[in-house]
Design a protein around this ligand. Structure first.
Ligand code: SF4
Length: 370
């Protein structure tokens, strides 16, 4: 279908040094020396050049290299990939946000300096915890000291450094979680993402829970941790702009925001999703398979749902536009308001604290509109 231009580019690197116990992402544990990684990067470079010729990259405003573990590629392969990007699109544009994910065990000073020199301007580090005991439970490949060093190394060049932290992990005390949040704050990162642990089917954690070797994550503990994160981060000057994301002013992730605001994105690499849309239809495709095909009412319902992930919520005008396709939307919003899941202030509908904690219920009700 003829579609609106892509504004965001995602490049998927499906390799890690080892697999964490909770992970169900499309990634494989593989030696850094493996020729499979070389072949994968070569294929990506060819695809990038092709997409450039087709004009798919001409309006890209954000680039995100994610995984897996992009830093596991090592500097030589990253250089090839970043060089191919630099001749395929304008990496010098003033407003470009270019993020690369890295894990502490494979990030070092040389890599920091070189990827920054090649145009990456935001780095997102998969820390998860600054507590060795918790990192051990998670099966991460790094320890807390390495995580701290990786953040400091990243800060040698990058002003915009994000860390991911996990909460609600059985065996993780509230004190341990709060200490991790405080460490991130003390290190001076500009962005923190906080995710509760979920037990995904067929992971080692799932098996451990089923066989009684691990407790199931407790919803109340998870809620307590999420509230503690909000308190600590907001008093340190980070605003919660999305259910799991906190940023210092001006450091909100533009790329992630594009996923929540209906911006078309191009995904390259194995298991990367591409979203195309026009006024009538929105499609998501992964590995050549259509995984979502939404008509206009379904798009509107999805936009309302995505809006409620964000602190800025949905403006009255946007709701009125959605109501042209979903006549029940205003009534449902008022119902959700009376249930305390959302609030209406200054012409905008926004999630409440309860709405954030009960996100799944809120999102399901809005998706059900279509
Ligand atoms: S590093 Fe990330 S992507 Fe890799 S196995 Fe662990 S959680 Fe999964």
């Amino acid at each position: 279908m003829p579609h609106d231009p892509y504004k965001a580019l995602y490049i998927h690197i499906p390799f890690c040094v080892k697999r964490c116990g909770y992970c169900d992402f499309a990634t494989q544990a593989i030696s850094r020396e493996s020729p499979l990684i070389d072949e994968y990067v070569e294929a990506l470079v060819i695809d990038l050049r092709k997409r450039c010729k087709q004009g798919d990259l001409s309006q890209i405003e954000t680039v995100y290299i994610g995984g897996g573990t992009p830093s596991h590629l090592g500097l030589n392969r990253l250089s090839s990939l970043l060089y191919a990007l630099s001749i395929s699109m304008d990496l010098t544009r003033e407003d470009l946000e270019f993020t690369m994910e890295a894990n502490p065990e494979s990030l070092d000073e040389r890599m920091v300096k070189d990827i920054w020199a090649m145009g990456v301007n935001r780095i997102s580090i998969g820390v998860q915890s600054f507590d060795d005991a918790v990192l051990h439970i998670l099966g991460r490949a790094h320890d807390a000291a390495r995580a701290r060093s990786a953040v400091r190394e990243a800060q040698l060049r990058f002003e915009n450094v994000s860390v991911d932290l996990m909460c609600g992990i059985p065996g993780q005390s509230r004190t341990s979680f709060e200490e991790s949040v405080r460490t991130a704050i003390d290190l001076g990162v500009t962005h923190v993402s906080v995710y509760p642990l979920t037990i995904e089917p067929h992971t080692p954690f799932d098996k451990a829970v089923l066989s009684g070797l691990m407790e199931e994550p407790d919803d109340d503990v998870e809620a307590e941790h999420m509230l503690a994160a909000e308190e600590l981060l907001s008093s340190a000057g980070y605003a919660r702009y999305e259910v799991a994301s906190y940023a210092k002013p001006g450091f909100e992730s533009k790329h992630n925001t594009s996923y929540w605001t209906g911006v078309p994105y191009l995904g390259l690499g194995q298991s990367a999703t591409t979203m195309t849309q026009n006024a009538e239809r929105r499609m998501r495709v992964m590995n050549g398979q259509v995984i979502d095909d939404l008509n206009r009412p379904q798009m509107e319902a999805e936009d309302l749902m995505l809006g409620m992930r964000m602190a800025c919520g949905i403006a009255d005008e946007r709701l009125a536009q959605a109501a042209c396709f979903l006549s029940e939307a205003p009534d449902v919003m008022r119902e959700l308001e009376s249930e305390g899941l959302i609030t209406h202030v200054d012409g905008r509908w926004r999630p409440t604290q309860r709405g954030w904690l009960c996100g799944n219920e809120l999102y399901a009700r809005l998706l059900d509109l279509a």
